[in-house]
Design a protein around this ligand. Sequence first.
Ligand code: TLP
Length: 345
Amino acid sequence: MNRFIDLRSDTVTKPTPEMRQAMFSAVVGDDVFGEDPTVNALQDKAAQLLGKEAALFVASGTMANQLSIKAHTQPGDEVIIEAGAHAMNFEGGAGAVLSGVQFSGIPGKRGIFEAAQVEAAIRIEDVHFPVSRLVVIENTHNRGGGTVFPLPNILEIRELATKRGLRMHMDGARLWNACVATGISPAEYAGPFDSVSVCLSKALGCPVGSLVIGSKDFIKRAHRFRKMFGGGMRQAGFLAAAGIYALDHHIYRLEEDHRKAKKLAEGLANIKNLLINPAEVETNILFFDVSPAERMAQEVAAALREKGVKVHPTSKTRIRCVTHLDVSFGEIDRALSKIAEVMKG
Ligand code: TLP
């Protein structure tokens, strides 16, 4: 059988031969001593790209988010975040364990919320309440369906946050997709935030790596917590070299992944007994629902796997597909015909 068409996530992308070459020839040193020139170059490049003072290379998107939460808050603080956000739901309860914070999840429309909702969630000064400290925005929003957070909303939320003394963090695991979809630069998107996390390991082909980006003082605090969380790496330049290569060569091509997702969505819309609105597909993530067929997502995913297509069931009836570097337009066609076969029963 041919290799699997893997639509579970854009995290499955593998380094290209050129990226492997860049990794192979990286000049490295001990980053815990601050002496890895390739890590330093990646951090400088990322900070510059996002228009901030400094950046810190970390092992994962989870670590980037949780270090940011830790660096912005005190135990007992409350973090205002969208109810389906990754940092609240899919990071193993880390906010509670590592930072002692609680989350106030506000319902978004496919992950997007408004300043008025943040305002309603801010606690008044009273000993009974936790202290509202941080607003987290996920852009693009994973469970929302790869939705782009509109910049005007962000600017309104920033104005409110400044007035009410709140900090702002962006979970930009897929910020690159938002930038390519809108033409808004990473620096423009990052401007209103006190900190941003970005990932290199999603859709860009890197084996490992994320960055936390912010002011020099913030990064100094995050660096201390990275040490505490056990995340200091030594000759991490081999990984950072992949990141530099990805930032230079793999961002502009995300536009192709977005076209693949649209094509997949439009094809799915033609399959009976399956729910999807292709107009809602903004980037590389889409969800479809198999409830009209009275099928369970797990069972559909298992049947698809038998036919060489991997997808990600995310609830009883919802399935996620993500397009990326390692899936071609031809494979999208093949996946569509397999999905049609499986949905016929
Ligand atoms: N998301 C992964 C898995 O957790 C499911 C995926 O396949 O989408 N923020 C956002 C918005 C994310 O989507 C993810 C990863 C993370 C943070 C965490 O990144 P990692 O996996 O590097 O810790």
